[in-house]
Write a protein that binds this ligand. Structure first.
Ligand SMILES: *Cc1c(COP(=O)(O)O)cnc(C)c1O
Length: 401
């Protein structure tokens, strides 16, 4: 497949009327190598952030061998691409048939849970026809932790409260070959302290239950860079997590795991959109809330943007975007900074859409088609290029050192 040098050359070649996804396999590979080499344990890719087969293969080739899957469809997708990969079914609420198929047909041994009912379901679904219970289950109890240090909360839906965890940990220990504790601090955790408070809760849960723990899985939440959200270096997260993991009262050979989604794929994709109409400081573009810009519409996420066509001479000003559907909610407040002479017919590149962006497009209202191409240039921002000014000097992050 042809690799374009950059977004401008895509627009010159295709003059696209539909949005075009630009993928950067080199950026995803760099992120994969970073986690594979620097995280002091195993890094599982959380497939829901972007289940594209090309991306999954790039991550595998860059050293990511374990995958966090949350549905039977994700199990099948990853297994069909990667027969050798280790798949971990980390959704705490699964159907019995999904558990059975994952265990018997796809070799899945690791499952998460946060209730006695789910534990019982896993035990029943993994028994052989003659009723022999599985002896090789790796079961991770999901603990509820605070999302206070993250941009997107994951604190209310899943996880058992610390106060109720001991009986579930003890019951799970009875049937598990490996017993794990896992949690999720929420997505885009802007300080490593998010993991410190969660690991403190792990410590308390282990002490209360008095069980041997084989896996501590610190989940996802590792950040990427967006306008107004410049996190500390990921090395700081890794060092602090490692230090607090080492101090836990757990088996001497216990494994440390993490489940990055966003951090592994945010830099993978950007999107070229066309301006269909300008009304003052509002631009009507051809992708939006039902396309790759769900987070821009629903949680006011500001993605980086740049003008690809027209005169670049003008000064910049703030713009809001409307998406293409007929829904008023298809609106992205931004602000997005663009040259003040941007006009209908211009093309814009929107960056950092590899995580929870290009993967979430729908065909609502007949929009959402468009080409996918590869480009060779750098993503609009990167945590992995090694050329950032020291972000600990910026004032929007909490520094722990
Ligand atoms: C969504 C999810 C992840 C990935 O989270 P990021 O914030 O994208 O890193 C990891 N683990 C579980 C269980 C998840 O639901």
């Amino acid at each position: 497949m042809y690799i374009y040098p950059d977004a401008r050359s895509v627009v010159r070649d295709l003059s696209p009327d539909e949005p075009v996804i630009l993928n950067r396999p080199h950026a995803a590979a760099r992120a994969g190598r970073f986690f594979a080499e620097k995280f002091p344990g195993k890094a599982l890719y959380a497939v829901k952030a972007n289940p594209s087969p090309e991306l999954i293969e790039v991550l595998w080739a860059s050293g990511i061998t374990h995958f966090d899957v949350a549905s039977i469809a994700e199990v099948r997708t990853v297994r069909s691409l990667l027969p050798e990969a280790t798949l971990c079914f980390m959704h705490p609420v699964k159907t019995a048939s999904a558990i059975r198929e994952a265990y018997f047909e796809h070799g899945v041994r690791t499952f998460s849970l946060d209730t006695m009912e789910e534990l019982e379901k896993i035990v029943q679904a993994t028994k052989t026809v003659d009723g022999t219970p599985a002896a090789d289950l790796r079961l991770c109890v999901r603990l509820r932790v605070s999302s206070d240090y993250s941009e997107l909360s994951l604190a209310s839906k899943f996880g058992i409260d610390l106060a109720d965890a001991a009986p579930l940990l003890q019951a799970t220990r009875q049937v598990a070959d490996w017993l794990g504790l896992c949690f999720h601090v929420g997505s885009q955790a802007m300080t490593p302290f998010a993991y410190v408070q969660a690991l403190d809760r792990v410590r308390a849960a282990v002490a209360e239950a008095g069980v041997v723990i084989d896996i501590v899985d610190v989940g996802g939440g590792f950040p990427s860079i967006y306008p107004g959200m410049e996190p500390p270096p990921l090395e700081d997260y890794f060092a602090i997590i490692h230090r607090h993991f080492e101090a836990l009262p757990i088996a001497y050979n216990a494994e440390l795991w993490c489940e990055p989604g966003r951090a592994l794929c945010a830099e993978y994709s950007s999107l070229v959109v066309k301006v269909e109409k300008r009304r003052g400081d509002e631009l009507f573009i051809n992708d939006g809330a039902y396309g790759a810009l769900f987070d821009a519409a629903h949680v006011g996420w500001r993605f980086p943007v740049r003008l690809l066509t027209g005169e670049q001479s003008a000064g910049e000003q703030e713009f809001a975007f409307y998406g293409p559907t007929c829904d008023d909610a298809d609106y992205m407040e931004g602000p997005f900074m663009l040259p003040s002479n941007v006009a209908a017919g211009d093309h814009i590149e929107i960056g950092m859409l590899g995580a929870y962006g290009c993967a979430m497009r729908t065909a609502f209202n007949g929009f959402g088609r468009g080409e996918v191409v590869k480009v060779a240039d750098e993503p609009m921002a990167s945590l992995y290029r090694g050329d950032r000014p020291d972000p600990r000097q910026s004032d929007n992050v909490v520094s722990l050192r």
